[in-house]
Design a protein around this ligand. Structure first.
Ligand SMILES: Cc1cc2nc3c(=O)[nH]c(=O)nc-3n(C[C@H](O)[C@H](O)[C@H](O)COP(=O)(O)OP(=O)(O)OC[C@H]3O[C@@H](n4cnc5c(N)ncnc54)[C@H](O)[C@@H]3O)c2cc1C
Length: 408
């Protein structure tokens, strides 16, 4: 029976392993860490946003240019299929008010437990503390607790992850052992802001129900003030263009709308009430429920002396500019951009220069915002790579070329 080596025990590798084992193949998953699925468990700390319920066109558009080649894989394994799969593991899902989809358990551990039990039933072998260190001709080279080992397999699925949160296992070291790799960059990460000491005092506090605009794109949601700057959903949604702008021009100026549900006139009307000796902070709190954090953000953006005139003050609330001066690194980014380039792969996700070797998951060169888009594509490409391997194993090798002759 064909032997399949799956390298990397994250969701992409485990999902490929499940599909291949169901087809009756001998599957071994090799994982460098003492246990599999560490990043999945970390994602579970935020509730495990598995996928998103928006319509397919809007969903696919989240992947930018990569949507073109990811699309067939997402069509073959769409969000409904991921939800059904989770349900099959005893983890029903629900759709939150933002359209994001979560397991009702709001964590990953029960899902991973049930999944590993299923894989064991299917006969999948999992070898932990086996670190793949590259190729020895056609064979795979590993460092194991017992020393160096080489392994031969009929097909290989590489599912080594990207390069964010390296302490969870995906350190991106594999990029040195293969060609055609786009450099890793942080994605869905925090940004630096040169806060005043007053604003630093607000670290850990959220800005809720705000809108953030950059280069004409507005996103609604939340942000979190940190000591170094800002992070959170609205920053993640714009993290790719913001990162690229900061790399190109050393900074990027975003604009906050602290009351996106109200028009500027409405805001001005509320502000146009008698102040009767109150401080501006109190006036903003009473008329618009602006928190001390929001008022200080306005001062940070527009200077200490905010305008008194209602229309001008309203304008500061509807557009508070803030300069982002740097990008937080891969160590704490939710995901990474970069990885194995599309040109290195055929449409079945097989490496063009290494037949019978397939790749899946975050190690491929695509990026997406948070919202369930990362896991959905991780699963979809895991399945695509497994199907690619199955099709390849089912295809008889081409007949040997006829011997060359001197005749014309
Ligand atoms: C804090 C956080 C929260 C997140 N929340 C969400 C969320 O809510 N929704 C969402 O969609 N996504 C979320 N993500 C992203 C999501 O977890 C990843 O996109 C997903 O885990 C990628 O799966 P993968 O299998 O491709 O890679 P990984 O999960 O990174 O798995 C790769 C595996 O390969 C192993 N490996 C690496 N190199 C080797 C080697 N040389 N030899 C052997 N094994 C190796 C690693 O140890 C790892 O176990 C979150 C990520 C983080 C960090």
């Amino acid at each position: 029976m064909p032997e399949i080596a799956v390298i990397g025990g994250g969701p992409a590798g485990l999902f490929a392993a499940e599909h291949l084992a169901r087809a009756g193949l001998n599957v071994t998953v090799y994982e460098r860490m003492p246990s599999v699925g560490r990043k999945l468990l970390m994602a579970g700390r935020g509730g495990l946003n598995l996928t998103h319920s928006e319509d397919f066109e809007a969903f696919a558009a989240r992947y930018g240019e990569a949507a073109r080649w990811l699309r067939p894989h997402l069509e073959a394994f769409p969000p409904e299929a991921l939800r059904a799969w989770a349900e099959g593991l005893g983890q029903p899902t629900f759709t939150g008010s933002s359209g994001r989809v979560f397991p009702t358990a709001l964590k990953a551990s029960p899902l991973l437990r049930a999944w590993l039990a299923r894989l064991a039933d299917l006969g999948v072998t999992i070898r932990t503390r086996w670190r793949w260190t590259g190729w020895d001709g056609e064979a795979l080279r590993f460092e194991t607790p017992e020393g160096g080992v080489t392994v031969r397999a009929d097909a290989v699925i590489l599912a080594l992850g990207g390069a964010s949160w390296p302490r969870l296992g995906s350190d991106g070291a594999w990029a040195g052992w293969t060609s055609h790799v786009a450099p890793f960059r942080p994605a869905n990460m925090g940004f630096d802001v040169a806060w005043s000491p007053v604003m630093q005092g607000f670290a850990g506090q959220p800005l809720k129900g705000i809108a953030l605009t950059f280069e004409g794109r507005a996103v609604r949601g939340e942000a979190m003030v940190t000591r170094y700057g800002l992070e959170g959903g609205v920053l993640y949604a714009l993290s790719a263009p913001l990162r690229d702008a900061i790399v190109a021009r050393a900074s990027a100026t975003v604009s906050f709308d602290l009351r996106p549900d109200m028009g500027a006139d409405d805001v001005a009307r509320r502000l146009d009430r008698p102040r009767s000796g109150q401080s501006l902070s109190n006036h903003l709190r009473k008329t618009l429920k602006l928190s001390p954090l929001e008022t200080n953000l306005l001062r940070e953006a527009h200077g200490k002396d905010l305008p008194a005139e209602p229309a001008a003050l309203a304008a500061t609330i509807k557009a508070a500019p803030l300069r982002l001066t740097g990008v937080q690194g891969l160590a704490r980014a939710i995901s990474s951009a970069g990885g194995l380039r599309l040109e290195a792969l055929d449409e079945t996700l097989m490496l063009k220069d290494r037949p019978d070797v397939f790749a899946a998951g975050e190690m491929l060169d695509w990026e997406a915002p948070t919202g369930g888009y990362l896991l959905q594509t991780t699963f979809a490409t895991g399945l695509a790579a497994a199907k690619g391997a199955l099709a390849r194993l089912a295809t008889p090798p081409p007949p040997p070329a006829p011997p060359a002759t001197d005749r014309p």
